[in-house]
Design a protein. Structure first.
Length: 94
């Protein structure tokens, strides 16, 4: 489990694993775009957003990863959806 000391943001080991995969895909996108590798993300926040997608939105970790992979292949969306929070916010529009 990963969490902030105030326990407002947290995620399970599976949430963290998913968040780390999303970040690795983000790094691939940056490389494809010819950009410098992004700074390491706040994995507590990312895992928390993944947890919310799973627990509140009813998505699975596999669905999240598959959807982000598809989104990150689109010329427009790969520049605009670079974190789980944005993925969650834009999910229905995507």
């Amino acid at each position: 489990m990963i969490y902030r000391t105030n326990l407002q943001k947290w995620g399970s080991a599976d949430d963290l694993k998913c968040a780390e995969w999303l970040f690795s895909r983000k790094c691939e996108v940056f490389k494809e775009l010819g950009l410098q590798e992004p700074k390491e993300s706040n994995f507590t926040e990312w895992a928390n957003d993944v947890r919310l997608m799973v627990n509140q939105d009813g998505r699975t970790h596999k669905e999240i990863c598959q959807f982000y992979k598809r989104v990150s292949q689109d010329a427009f969306w790969k520049k605009n959806v670079q974190c789980p929070k944005t993925l969650r916010t834009q999910w229905d529009d995507l």
